[in-house]
Design a protein around this ligand. Sequence first.
Ligand code: ATP
Length: 220
Amino acid sequence: MTGKPGRIGVLGGTFDPVHNGHLALAAAGLREFNLDKVFFVPAGRPPHKLDDPVTPFHHRAIMLELALAACPAFFLDRMEKKRPGPSYSVDTLRELRERLGWDCALYFIIGSDAFANITTWKDFNDLFRYADFLVAERPDTAPGRLDDLLSQQSGFQQDRINNCWRHPLGARLHPLPVDALPISATTTRHRIQAGESIQDLVPAPVNAYIQQNHLYGASR
Ligand code: ATP
């Protein structure tokens, strides 16, 4: 990397499809934590969906490109497609540290629903070696608050002065205030399958791409 070390956000997901909730989440990271950029990292093979049908990577990546074009601080990163096997976040964060070095501040951005399952992720403790965390409340999921999630977990220490939690390996975990949108990729797919409009759920170019390519059962 050249220039100042920077403050980088990383948002991983299946993005099947990307929707306005993802964009609001990344925008909250930029705004609230003064990030310089956010890398959107679509899963090549989502480990928790190995038995489920997932839209081919190239469609998900093109929809992301269309959605991210509106914000110059948002970038698509295809690194998980290039790695063989299931896409584990710990490998992604390790690779990012190798690429970016240790001088930049690296923030893994995640919704509270995904964070609630993090202890099931591969080498989950090692995630906290590589990055700090921004955990956003989702209006449609529970438990939504970082305090509620972490007060039941051993090992995390609350830092009331800095309004965050600390993992023993050094990471800070911050609640991320986000203008919560009750949107998920699942509801987006269901709306399409039901023949309903998704124009309030995804950016217009993404909606057009879905219609043109008949994704998720979109008709003609
Ligand atoms: P699905 O409904 O298929 O499970 P999803 O909408 O949760 O998908 P993912 O691609 O799995 O989307 O999510 C990537 C990340 O974005 C996760 O950390 C998830 O918690 C977060 N996220 C998704 N939707 C929202 C939303 N509306 N508000 C805040 N965070 C969100």
